[in-house]
Design a binder for this molecule. Structure first.
Ligand code: M6R
Length: 613
């Protein structure tokens, strides 16, 4: 969703900000803008569309400035257009503001300002907040802009990350956050601000994660952080491990393709130092002190959205099958508005790639208020969810830039698999022999994923045939049911083809009415406990002339005669199958989307991290 970049230092701010906005494009947005401060005063430029459109708008202008801020907006209040784009000037143009998040009580504040004679250019809640800050600044004796920001934010209901600049103090940026991320990069005589570390990493590895309810006042040689009630805090400087190559395409046409092909490495990274097959142990550092509690738990509640929710469904099978613990998997967005029953002895696991998903964060807060112990399975180190949970395990997949989640999913499933196996072993619900077998098989997964990737050309050929399909059905049973859901989600989000995933046996209860010669049906038909049943389901589809693409186990000689196309994958233990079977579905979705000319990395309407409800 919206992205923030700001700079103060000795260098030219504009190129740093524009480059930073490009690095944040993956988050999803529909307009972009910058504010720069120089001898000419505080200037704002903004444009609907991509950062490239903003660049065209800036061409030929004198942009020399050593302080400035930029924004990519994902529309919430008001359509995407030049006026609603950020930054916004305040009423008397004394300040400019950029903002991520939603000010929930903006209408009440707006009414009060209208009564005072204010008028508004845009439909945004952000402009209201900017005018509100200015109004407090003008009408509170002796208040500095920093005081006004603090006073205004105390009245605000909602989520925000903001940066404010003013002509009155042309050397200073004021930033604040609640519920929306903000990272400060600490350079030599310069500071960077951004929604995540990607725009910062090429300049410095030293970062500070601003906390909720903190206000940072930043000049080129000073950073001061206080709370909303003006108590000075001591920010902790983290060293980030992110390398520049990790956020560049590295020769691939799209980030999504790069990330699909990175999976042998990213899955290995998720296991590194954790799965020790030779020693016959699992080490989960972040959960070490909680493993007994997990093994004793009477129920596990898993929270997530989208792909992370699908990883949760895989984990449901894993924990129930291996550790014999009942599991409920909940959409975080629904859970947060229920009055869920959480008992002593329950464990909550929140799954999130970004660690910033607003619904998941809110669901965690609700679970916390009911006394739950919460584990996080997050990819982004230092993210809000990682910090809001009691303990957890990072997935270590590396930055995922493509909006459609791929390597993050397999990394989540890897970590959840490790957790389930470790819990089962501790509880004694699996034998030592099975424990050791699973560790050995887990260590072999990266090579097996690499083997699946060798089928990329075959999958591309199949994709070509189905490029103009209007609908798709995905079927799977057992642990491959969540994989079917994930395959359908991948296809719809990047190709805009309508696709639905079902448990294969559910087809007879309705979706079978859709089957005809125009309906492609992707069936995950690997040799596992439900193979024979899935074969029957395939026959039902074929009897109605549906066109079947089957994901089969290497060496299956039965299915090629029965279906239209097969994509073979290596044999693995049933509980590890989702790590392999999802990969051809990712490639199929990618290829179809590319062949349809879609913007694969930044599909329409989607945001990488959904930081508003
Ligand atoms: O960052 P999170 O894992 O919390 O994000 C959850 C969903 O928004 C995300 O998985 C979304 O569904 C992806 N676009 C799926 O590809």
């Amino acid at each position: 969703m919206c992205g923030i970049v700001a700079y103060v230092g000795q260098q030219d701010a504009a190129p740093i900000i524009i480059k930073g906005l490009k690095r944040l494009e993956y988050r999803g947005y529909d307009s972009a803008g910058v504010a720069l401060q120089n001898q000419a005063g505080l200037s704002v430029f903004k444009k609907k569309g991509k950062v490239a459109a903003l660049e065209a708008e800036l061409a030929g202008r004198d942009l020399h400035a050593t302080i400035g801020m930029g924004h990519t907006r994902w529309a919430t209040h008001g359509e995407p257009n030049d006026v609603n784009a950020h930054p916004h000037y305040s009423f008397h143009r004394k300040l400019a503001i950029i903002h991520n998040g939603i000010i929930e009580n903006y209408a009440t504040i707006k009414q009060a300002l209208l009564k005072k004679g204010h008028s508004f250019q845009s439909e945004t809640d952000t402009e209201v907040l900017g005018q509100f800050i200015e109004d407090i600044w003008e009408n509170t004796p002796d208040a500095s802009l920093e005081d006004a920001v603090r006073l205004a934010l105390r009245e605000v209901v909602g989520a925000y990350a903001i940066v404010v600049m003013s002509e009155a103090d042309p050397t200073q940026l004021i930033a604040a956050r609640k519920g929306s991320p903000l990272v400060i990069g600490v350079g030599n005589g310069e500071y960077f601000l951004a929604s995540d570390a990607t725009p910062i990493v090429e300049y410095t590895k030293d970062v500070i994660y601003l906390n909720d309810y903190e206000v940072a006042v930043i000049t080129n040689d000073e950073l001061r952080v206080t709370t909303l009630d003006n108590t000075l805090t001591t920010p902790y400087v983290h060293k980030i491990e992110l390398e520049l190559e990790a956020i560049e395409k590295g020769g691939y046409d799209h980030f999504m393709l790069k990330e699909i092909f990175e999976q042998p490495r990213s899955i290995a990274d998720s296991m590194r130092g954790r799965v020790l097959a030779d020693a016959g142990t699992i080490q989960l550092g972040g959960l070490r002190d909680y493993m007994d509690q997990l093994a004793r738990s009477e129920r596990i509640i898993i929270l997530g959205c989208g792909t992370s929710w699908h990883a949760g469904l895989v984990a449901e099978y894993l924990f129930e099958e291996l550790a014999r613990i009942p599991v409920e998997v909940e959409y975080a967005s629904e859970f947060r508005y229920r009055n869920p029953i959480i008992n002593e002895g329950d464990i909550v696991i929140a799954i999130s790639q970004s660690g910033e998903t607003a619904d998941t964060l809110a669901a965690i807060e609700l679970a916390k208020s009911k006394g739950a112990t919460i584990f996080g399975v997050c990819n982004v180190v230092g993210s809000s969810i990682a910090r809001a949970t009691d303990a957890g395990a990072y997935t270590h997949a590396g930055p995922e830039i493509g909006v459609a989640s791929t390597k993050a999913f397999t990394a989540q499933v890897t970590v959840l698999t490790i957790m389930a196996i470790a819990t089962a072993h501790r509880k004694g619900t699996i034998t030592d022999a099975l424990f050791r077998q699973l560790l050995v098989e887990l260590e072999g997964i990266p090579d097996k994923v690499a083997k699946v990737l060798e089928s990329a050309q075959k999958i591309r050929d199949i994709a070509y045939i189905f490029t103009y399909a209007r609908n798709f059905i995905y079927l799977g049973r057992g642990m491959n049911f969540p994989v079917a859901l994930e395959g359908a989600l991948k296809l719809k989000e990047i190709s805009y083809i309508h696709a639905e995933g079902y448990p294969a046996a559910e087809m007879k209860h309705g979706p079978i009415a859709l089957i005809d010669e125009d309906m492609p049906v992707v069936v995950i038909a690997t040799k596992d406990g439900s193979y024979e049943k899935v074969v029957s389901n395939i026959q039902e589809v074929k009897a109605r002339k549906g066109r079947v693409i089957a994901i089969t186990t290497e060496g299956d000689t039965n299915l090629p005669d029965m279906v239209d196309f097969t994509i073979e994958i290596p044999k693995v233990h049933d509980v590890l199958m989702p790590l392999i079977s999802v990969v051809p579905l990712q490639l199929l979705a990618y290829d179809i989307a590319v062949m349809r000319g879609r913007n694969v990395d930044q599909p329409r309407n989607l945001a990488k991290s959904v930081t508003v409800e």
